[in-house]
Design a protein around this ligand. Structure first.
Ligand code: FVH
Length: 300
């Protein structure tokens, strides 16, 4: 659930903004901050990547400690949780009383762990998740999720809003990451299906670009059904509309699996869905809407 809270503090951090990490995303963030008139200080493990940023006007720090001490607001855009902790832990004292916004992709529990570590060191910590690719930063469609210290969000918000739409998910530092992971889970499953369809059609010489066009139309028309699934799961009411029951869907899926194999295409992406539907049918829930499969997903 997204919480839109009233900021307690709206004072913009003074001076430069530090960006740790100048990969594709960190560079896009630094570029955008410069383009919107911010003074920036950058650091990267591989110093060569700082050259274009120096040329474009950023200050370059040669150590993480120097970068941390340069700014009240430190944005972290490293590879993963391990690289974040590896570089932040030695400079905890330098980060004390500063606002750290970690835009690196981590799991919810990793985000919570970093938030607890930061709190123990007097660091004001906000966790972020970027729902955008580097080219989208600062453009319409870029969406960034945040969770953790409310005051950190309030302070950093004017800067964060230059990167894309900013959404505050709540004080639990893991919430932004959790939503990121949930949306990505849906994305990977959907694109797995896209690639499965392309593989099937390629067996008869269909151009992948043609199949892709069909898929854009087909999936685009169907995706609004997600809202109906959401409403049904919320109520836990699974009365099946025509063509949506487990008993209807199981043989349909079995045929798709058979057809895939007959074309020499693995059904590995499809089998787990069929397995869950089989379990529902075996436990007397074949007449229910197939979205009730969601109840099978909780691991006891
Ligand atoms: N790129 C994207 O489309 C996605 C969109 C959604 C969010 N992600 C996440 O953003 C984080 C950074 O991603 P990135 O695209 O900048 O990734 P790279 O271009 O591979 O750059 C990685 C930077 O991290 C540095 N790095 C890696 N390991 C270490 C380490 N052990 N110690 C210090 N720095 C490290 C790397 O430095 P270098 O290789 O240049 O020395 C880059 O600065 C990421 O969490 C995505 O999941 C992006």
């Amino acid at each position: 659930m997204t919480h839109h809270r009233t900021p307690k503090e709206t004072t913009m951090p003074k001076g430069t903004i530090t960006i740790l990490g100048l990969g594709a995303m960190g560079s896009a963030v630094a570029d955008r901050l410069r383009a919107t008139g911010h003074d920036t200080t950058v650091w990267n493990r591989t110093p060569a990547k700082t050259a274009p940023h120096r040329a474009a006007g950023s200050n370059v720090a040669s150590t993480v400690a120097e970068a941390a001490n340069a700014s009240d607001l430190v944005l972290v855009v490293l590879l993963d949780h391990a690289s974040v902790r590896e570089h932040l832990e030695p400079v905890a004292a330098d980060l004390k009383h500063r606002v750290v916004v970690n835009l690196t992709t981590t799991t919810p529990n990793e985000a919570r762990s970093t938030a607890a570590w930061a709190a123990a060191h007097g660091i004001t910590y906000l966790d972020g998740a970027i729902m955008a690719v580097p080219d989208m930063i600062g453009r319409p469609g870029a969406r960034l999720l945040y969770s953790g210290d409310e005051n950190a969000y309030a302070i950093a918000r004017p800067v964060l809003e230059t990167l894309g739409t900013a959404e505050y998910e709540g004080t639990d530092a893991g919430l932004a990451s959790l939503k990121d992971m949930a949306l990505l889970a849906a994305m990977y499953q959907m694109f797995g299906g896209v690639l499965h369809a392309i593989a099937m059609m390629r067996t008869v010489g269909a151009a992948p670009t043609d199949t892709a066009r069909d898929l854009v139309d087909w999936l685009g028309a169907l995706i609004p059904i997600a809202a109906d699934f959401g409403a049904d799961v919320e109520k836990r009411e699974y009365a099946a509309p025509p063509g949506q029951s487990v008993d209807f869907t199981r043989p349909a899926l079995a045929s798709i699996i058979t057809a895939s194999r007959e074309q020499g295409i693995s059904a590995d992406f499809l089998e787990p869905v069929k397995k869950h539907l089989d379990e529902l049918a075996a436990t007397g829930r074949g007449g229910a809407e197939w979205a009730s499969v969601v109840e099978q997903l909780t691991i006891e």
